[in-house]
Design a binder for this molecule. Structure first.
Ligand code: FAD
Length: 552
């Protein structure tokens, strides 16, 4: 965390030197001590300090200075730092001015020069002022600040990106947060430039592509080498587990993720059925632990970076990345999981990101405090999302086509929903239209054969099942009729596989129809769609990689 600032201003270099010396002596461990002889320069630098999120705890200014008196300077400092304490250094002859300033500029103290000995005449006063300041000071979150409109899809995408990469940030809604308005003016930003990311070093980034933002934040979208033992594509639980095992077993490993690590599990507010966590753990916590573990074992992690295709020639494979780079590798594990199915209903695509969200979108939950929130979907992920949202929303309505949740949701979630007063299930119902001007305001619902009804809705979260992320694989990797990648013995059922497979052995359990290319987790036909099974398959895939590498 940045240390608060004590700002000392005196045009007399000798007095300023003495003041800086004495103040440093006692306060340098806990405060930054800034000083200047020029009062106008002091005002200039205040704007810069404010822009970069620094806090000033105390100003000590001399009264008699050319161009700007101490009282005037302290007055102007109030515009940017109203909470800071203000002390005026005066000569005996300026006492009247100082007394007047106590009322006029909220002066906290005037100190007659000289202040020797400081132990008696300076430090007790500064201590008292700083104690007061600390009592009312709420430290701002250090780090990145995101300024934007709540119902802006672009703001939503950046929030998801930052949260997905576990980067702490402060969200400032320019419509409701006065602090956001202040930062907008300070940085000379117009509403058209939003969303804007204010970085820790004071730079402001607007209209950023995720890739450019990633680079600014020090993430790594390009590989350091172009030959690996294994490239793992997708950093959900399966990919992260594969990376941990591959790294720990000495394989030169590259993990590529197009969005942010954690995959679907990363968006879960509480995973309750993962072995070893009896109280459950959040998806972001699981992701944080897994990324730390994998990088500790020396794997290389590229994010955000998308695999666009893979190709294979002899025993070498190539992964073609979105930035045009080609990465060569001896084996590949595909762990690209699934994407949410889109809801093709009137009004949904126009309002996506502006009150309508796919997935649990946990970064938005707190924005809907006291509001009417709808969830579409009857699976476990919809149940978890509804329970999480119920902590904020006035009421959460789970819209399902079936009569009840019992056939689609685990019983522990059905029970929890039954016990949660502000969650209701709306059975045999469909959302047939989303309406709103700039953001979601109403949903049109139809229950059974009844006439459509209109309900007030500030947010809609859609969790209606998934389709595999496999469109990108152009290479002749066999998929089932729903697009999931086929592996192992299941491949034998296909005639074209039997004629195309040239090895004497059968494909390994998680091997695709292309030797040395494996699939694990939800992307694989027949997967169990659980965090634990994805993790298990990721680990297993690495053992098959070893067996494959031993034979080529
Ligand atoms: C809200 C929610 C809650 C859930 N709760 C639970 C629970 O409590 N318990 C449980 O057991 N299961 C739960 N699940 C299911 C579980 O999260 C999934 O089964 C699991 O995440 C699957 O892991 P995976 O690694 O196979 O795929 P995913 O998690 O889908 O990860 C795939 C990753 O690959 C990336 N990717 C895709 N294409 C590319 C490409 N071309 N290039 C690079 N990267 C790419 C994606 O961005 C993604 O990060 C939940 C799911 C959701 C959505």
């Amino acid at each position: 965390m940045k240390l608060p600032i004590l700002f000392l201003i005196d045009d007399d270099p000798q007095v300023l030197r003495a003041l800086v010396r004495d103040v440093r002596q006692k306060y340098k461990q806990e405060y930054q001590i800034l000083n200047t002889e020029d009062p106008e320069e002091a005002i200039e630098s205040l704007r810069e300090l404010k822009r970069s999120g620094e806090e000033v705890a105390l100003f000590i200014s001399d009264q008699r200075m050319p161009r700007l008196s101490g009282v005037e300077l302290l007055e102007r400092s109030k515009e940017l730092y109203p909470e800071a304490k203000r002390m005026l250094l005066t000569a005996y002859s300026d006492t009247d001015t100082a007394i007047k300033a106590i009322n006029e500029v909220d002066l906290d103290y005037y100190l007659l020069k000289p202040w020797d000995p400081p132990d008696e005449r300076l430090y007790p006063i500064i201590d008292e002022l700083l104690d007061d300041w600390h009592a009312s000071y709420k430290p701002e979150l250090a780090g990145i600040r995101l300024l934007g409109y709540q119902f802006s899809p672009k703001s939503h995408a950046i929030k998801e990106f930052l949260a997905g990469h576990l980067i702490p940030y402060q969200w400032l809604d320019v419509e409701t947060n006065p602090k956001a308005q202040e930062l907008l003016a300070l940085n000379g930003l117009t509403p058209a430039a939003l969303p804007a990311v204010l970085l820790e070093d004071g730079t402001v980034a607007t209209n950023l592509e995720m890739r450019a933002l990633a680079e600014k934040l020090g993430l790594r979208p390009t590989a350091s080498s172009n030959m690996y033992d294994v490239v793992i594509i997708g950093a959900g639980p399966a990919g992260l587990a594969a990376a941990v095992y591959a790294g720990s077993e000495g394989l030169k490993t590259l993990l590529v993720e197009k969005h942010s690590p954690g995959g679907q599990a990363g968006t879960s507010s509480r995973i309750e059925n993962y072995l070893g966590f009896p109280k459950g753990l959040s998806g972001s916590e699981l992701t944080r632990r897994a990324v730390t573990q994998a990088t500790r074992f020396g794997i290389e992690f590229l994010t955000p970076q998308e695999a666009l295709d893979i190709s294979s020639a002899d025993q070498y494979k190539t992964v073609h990345l979105a930035d045009g780079a080609e990465i060569h590798t001896r084996s590949i594990i595909i762990t690209t999981g699934v994407a949410y199915r889109k809801l093709e209903t009137k009004g949904i695509s126009e309002l996506t990101g502006a009150g309508v969200y796919y997935g649990a979108a946990s970064v938005e939950a707190a924005q809907f405090r006291g509001k009417q929130v709808y969830v579409i979907g009857g699976g476990n992920s919809a149940g978890q999302a509804a329970l999480h949202l119920s902590k904020f929303a006035e009421r959460v309505h789970i819209v399902i086509r079936k009569k009840d949740l019992t056939s689609t949701m685990s019983s522990y979630l059905v029970e929890q929903i039954g016990r949660t007063e502000n969650v209701e299930v709306v059975p045999e119902t469909e959302v047939i239209e989303a309406r709103g001007d700039g953001h979601l305001e109403k949903l049109v619902l139809r229950t059974g054969e009844a006439n459509a009804s209109i309900a007030r809705a500030e947010a809609l979260f859609i969790l209606i099942g998934a389709r595999p992320y496999t469109d990108w694989v152009q290479t002749s990797i066999m998929k089932d009729d729903r697009g999931f990648i086929m592996t192992g013995r299941d491949l034998r059922a296909s005639e074209s596989f039997n004629t195309g497979w040239k090895l004497k052995r059968d494909p390994f359990l998680l091997e695709t129809c292309c030797p040395g290319i494996f699939a694990a987790g939800d992307v694989r036909a027949g997967a169990m769609n659980r965090v634990a099974s994805a993790v298990g398959e990721g680990a297993m895939a690495v053992s098959f990689v070893h067996q494959y590498l031993a034979e080529v």
